[in-house]
Design a protein around this ligand. Structure first.
Ligand code: SAM
Ligand code: SF4
Length: 350
């Protein structure tokens, strides 16, 4: 494994030179890159993975040095926000090396934000190191506060470990946002409890509609709980004040007058958010997905490995962005039992 200094030296000078920003054919500025650093995970959430998942052979994965080089090429082209995700990003071996190396872009001002989406299982171990690398905000996925239910949803997870991880992150001064998938008949009785718990600890909480990605054992239709219904339920109990969108992301936020905290709603099915999409997604094999909800993808591994110059890579990025589609075609109903895309969420990291 190369040292952090070696990783930084591998960056082509091109990556630091001022270059044209990435603009797609619909005039959307791509300023946000999400990178799935592994397809593996220590959980098997029922809406995300089947119990019997087949993972990529380790030799197919980009090395941490290659991931750094790819991220740095995007940063050179004006990407300002980088989210490390997975699978479970914090189970990848030596992953802190990548965070340490990428933090140089925060120091230089090229990058505004380095962040991570995690299931929280490894946070106790890594929270202070993440904070030291300049990670200021993280998303932790948590769908229930009941230990038995947590086990049922994640199949393999331990709620206490995740709660300890969240506490470690808060102690390290990291802002934590909770992401919860709204699951009909599973956690619909806990929404208010989760909101009050999160807001009590100063954390925002975002609810997500289950998305039709990859084959899983349970039916998506059975899991799907439209957030329009969740919001209606919350209005019986709380005063919700709509907030201006400040993130440019898919979540729409409200402030809860009674708690003072914020709730986000990510509604790919009931409200399509594609018109403001500023992001692309890179997998751990160097495949670039221009849209979460479409199959089209571009291989960046071959141009990355073809040359030590970033020129072929940057040309491949430009060609890929020209194919960024206008939007996704997610739909969940009884008649549509097949997933909209064949890959699981763990491939592209949500
Ligand atoms: N393992 C990390 C975690 O769970 O936070 C990062 C990867 S996970 C794929 C990213 C997010 O996608 C999680 O918040 C998870 O709940 C969400 N997710 C996974 N499958 C989903 C699906 N089919 N529909 C909606 N959200 C999904
Ligand atoms: Fe793992 Fe995250 Fe998928 Fe759950 S949602 S199985 S934690 S990748």
């Amino acid at each position: 494994m190369k040292s952090v200094t070696n990783m930084a030296q591998m960056i082509s000078p091109l990556a630091n030179a001022p270059q044209a920003p990435i603009i797609d054919p619909f005039g959307r500025h791509v300023s946000y890159l999400r990178v799935s650093v592994t397809d593996r995970c220590d959980f098997r959430c029922v809406y995300c993975m089947s119990e019997d998942m087949h993972f990529l052979p380790k030799q197919d994965l980009l090395t941490l040095e290659e991931l750094d080089r790819l991220c740095s090429a995007f940063i050179g082209r004006g990407v300002k926000k980088l989210r490390i995700t997975g699978g479970e990003p914090l189970v990848r071996r030596d992953i802190m090396q990548l965070f340490r190396s990428l933090s140089r872009h925060l120091d230089s001002g090229a990058l505004d934000e380095l962040t991570v989406t995690t299931n929280g299982s490894q946070l106790s171990r890594y929270a202070s190191e993440l904070a030291a690398c300049g990670v200021r905000r993280i998303n932790v996925s948590l769908d229930t506060l009941k230990a038995d239910r947590f086990k049922e949803i994640t199949r393999w997870g331990d709620l206490n470990k995740v709660l300890a991880g969240i506490e470690a992150a808060l102690q390290a001064g990291i802002h934590v946002k909770i992401n919860a998938v709204a699951l009909k008949g599973v956690n619909d009785d806990e929404i208010e409890t989760m909101i009050e718990w999160a807001h009590g600890l100063g954390m925002d909480i975002t609810f997500i509609e289950v998305m039709p990605m990859g084959d899983i054992e349970p039916s998506r239709f059975d899991q799907y709980w439209p957030l329009t219904q969740v919001k209606a339920q919350l209005l019986d109990r709380y005063t919700l004040q709509d907030l201006e969108d400040q993130t440019g992301g898919p979540a729409r936020y409200v402030r809860v007058k009674e708690t003072g905290g914020r709730i986000g709603f990510i509604t790919p099915l009931t409200h399509n958010f594609c018109e403001s999409c500023n992001r692309v997604r890179l997998t751990c094999t160097g495949t670039l997905y221009m849209c979460l909800g479409q199959e089209d993808a571009a291989d960046l591994r071959a141009p990355l490995r073809a040359s030590t110059s970033d020129e072929p890579l940057l040309a491949a990025i430009d060609a890929a962005i020209l194919r960024k589609p206008k939007g996704h075609d997610f739909i969940i109903d009884r008649a549509t039992s097949r997933p909209a895309v064949s890959r699981h969420m763990s491939v592209t990291g949500g």
